[in-house]
Write a protein that binds this ligand. Structure first.
Ligand SMILES: Nc1ncnc2c1ncn2[C@@H]1O[C@H](COP(=O)(O)OP(=O)(O)OP(=O)(O)O)[C@@H](O)[C@H]1O
Ligand SMILES: [Mg+2]
Length: 138
């Protein structure tokens, strides 16, 4: 599925469409350059899933945890990871295989630790500043 998001105001609807499209997915990998809009989209997805918690970039903590009536959401940012063993050390498996939603920024940093099934979300900034989002369920 591909979505074009002309501006931030279109994000809530896009988030709903993504959640519906990937209904059975729990692990979402977000690819895209710095500033492409990964965190911004994750904020909207979390809102769409009903959390009232504050969603912020977990750059320093690696993982944030939010709560919804449907269960937990784990939000990762692996940008600062130096080595995949850091993910092992933080116990990433307990998060990934918890059945909770996992939203993962910079999955490129853990190529050997990705689960078997996930949804790929690819964000691209177009020339006019709009965002192109490609979603592939694997
Ligand atoms: N769909 C959108 N349309 C227009 N602007 C957007 C959109 N999504 C995000 N932005 C803007 O782009 C900027 C960067 O967004 P964001 O922090 O979400 O990027 P990121 O991909 O998470 O970056 P990083 O790799 O540094 O974590 C923000 O100022 C945000 O307002
Ligand atoms: Mg981010």
């Amino acid at each position: 599925m591909q979505l074009i998001i002309p501006s931030i105001s279109n994000l809530p609807n896009a988030a709903k469409a993504i959640i519906e499209h990937a209904a059975n997915s729990r692990i979402f990998l977000f690819y895209g350059d710095m500033g492409a809009g990964k965190t911004t989209l994750i904020k909207e997805l979390c809102k769409g899933l009903g959390t009232t918690d504050t969603v912020t970039s977990p750059t320093f903590s690696i993982v944030n945890e939010y709560h919804t009536t449907k269960g937990k959401i784990y939000h990762f940012d692996f940008y600062r990871l130096k080595d995949q063993t850091e993910a092992l050390d933080m116990g990433y498996e307990e998060y990934f295989y918890d059945g909770a939603y996992c939203f993962i920024e910079w999955p490129e940093k853990i190529p050997d630790l990705l689960p078997q099934h996930y949804s790929n979300i690819n964000l691209k900034v177009l020339d006019d500043g709009a965002r192109q989002i490609d979603i592939e369920i694997i």
